[in-house]
Structure formats: C-alpha cells, structure tokens
Design a protein around this ligand. Structure first.
Ligand code: PMT
Length: 231
C-alpha cells in the first residue's frame, strides 16, 4: 500500500505516527567563550512535543540548548549549532510522518571560529558571517508522499503575506506564523498568539493563550485534515 494511504488508515489511533519536532535556539560560536544566539526558550517546541506524545504519537525532539527538562516519553536529541541541527533532523527525517520545525535556527554563523579566546584588542571590528543551511527548505525539497511538513515563521510585520510566501516557497503543508515583536508572546513567554495557515486553504487566528493550548490547536487541526483525507 502506498505510504500515505496506510498512514491515513492508522490515524484512528496515532500510535503509529512518528513525529519529529525541533525546538529552541542554535548557538553559533565565535571563539571558545563567545557565541551568537537568540532568545528562544524552547517552550513552544516542547509544548508541541508533549501534546503530540499525549495524542499517542512517537515523538523525537531535536533541541537546541534550553532550560527545560526532557519531556517524559519523548526522545530528546540535543544539538548546538544550526549545522548540528541540520544533521540531526536529516538523520531522522526519512522515518518521520509529521515534522514540525519550531526551532529558532540561526540563518548565519561566523565565517571563522578562533580556537583561542580573542583578547579585547584582537576582537575584530567586523565579524564576517556566512549563511547556514535552510533546514526547512531542504526538508520541503526532500519530502515524500504522506509526510506532513510544518514550518514556523517569526515575523515582526506583514505576518500573513510573509507566512503564505514561506508556505509556498518552502513547499510546506502548514505554517505557524507568530508576531515576535510583541512582548507578551513569541520568544521565551509562556503564551503565544499564532496564525495557522494550511496548504489546503485552512486559515485560523489562534489568539493569545498558553503554548500548550496553542500546541493542541495546531496538532488537532493537522489531525482533522488527515482524517478528512482518510475518510
Ligand atoms: O522557543 P520559544 O521561546 O517558545 O519561542 C518560540 C518561537 C518564537 C521560537 C517559535 O514560535 C518560532 O517562531 N519559531 C521559528 C523561529 C524562526 O526561526 O523563524 P524564521 O521565520 O526565522 O524561520 C522560518 C522557519 O524556517 C522556521 O520553521 C525555522 O525553524 C526554519 N529555519 C530557519 C532558519 C534556518 N537556517 N533553517 C530553518 O529550518
């Protein structure tokens, strides 16, 4: 049977669904004591992992450095840099039915890493940066029939048009857009407010709520679309 068909058959209970989630920031090292990163706490990705686990899925969580304990029953793969995260995600991607990229992956890294700590005098006026791989784009290109790919979009303006552009450009099935310029949601907060857009035309504003509630809304919308296709 084609993978997508048999997967849908098993959707009555989600225990045969492999769910791969990324969470947290990445760290791009400059020298042994300095790195570039971002304020991601991992809360959104960890909430998604816990809800997916509670729905019965087998969950693997590729996590940047965060201060959140590994959720019970979830396999956590710890990574640091964007390149480490790419390698870990690609190693698991083939087996995954549902992939959710909630991590805040650095788009750039320092061109050179100094093995010695730079003194104040040595530290360069300008740091040359190079592009990191766009993991989500790689996944969109490698995606197989029956796999569902969910991206996040951290925006500060034009949230809907940016989200729809990413949905199309990166061949996603769903995109979760959040306005990270607001102080009471997005990075590090316990709450979030998102716009959930599906390739199937689904569009829903999920207003300010705890990240667990947001995670439930996202995963239930995905499950419903699976069941509709399966019926
Ligand atoms: O971790 P929290 O503190 O709970 O905060 C949650 C969050 C704000 C980090 C989360 O809700 C969120 O928005 N995550 C995505 C942040 C991000 O990197 O957005 P972006 O628009 O820069 O990236 C778009 C998508 O491409 C994301 O799915 C990202 O995982 C992915 N990406 C980005 C860069 C890159 N080099 N490779 C990628 O795969």
């Amino acid at each position: 049977m084609k993978r997508s068909h048999c997967r849908h058959q098993s959707l009555k209970n989600l225990s045969s669904i492999n769910c791969l989630i990324s969470a947290g920031p990445t760290r791009e090292w400059i020298d042994p004591v300095r790195y570039l990163s971002n304020p991601s706490s991992g809360k959104m990705g960890y909430a998604l992992a816990e809800v997916a686990r509670d729905m019965g899925m087998m969950v693997k969580l590729v996590s940047g450095p965060v201060n959140i304990p590994a959720p019970e029953g979830v396999k956590v793969i710890g990574v640091e840099s964007a390149i480490d995260m790419k390698d870990a995600i690609l190693a698991e991607f083939e087996k995954a039915d549902l992939v959710i990229m909630a991590a805040a992956v650095s788009d750039h890294r320092p061109e050179a890493f100094s093995n010695r700590k730079w003194t104040k005098e040595e530290f360069p006026e300008q740091l040359r940066m190079v592009r990191n791989p766009d993991i989500l784009k790689l996944l969109g290109e490698a995606k197989k029939e029956g796999q569902v790919l969910v991206g996040f979009a951290a925006e500060t303006h034009d949230v809907l048009p940016s989200a729809k552009r990413k949905l199309a450009d990166k061949k996603l099935d769903w995109i979760v857009a959040n306005d990270v310029s607001k102080s009471d949601c997005g990075f590090a907060s316990d709450q979030n407010e998102v716009l959930l857009v599906g390739r199937n035309g689904f569009e829903k504003e999920i207003y300010l709520a705890d990240k667990r509630v947001i995670a439930k809304e996202i995963l239930h919308a995905i499950q419903s679309s699976w069941l509709e296709k399966a019926l």
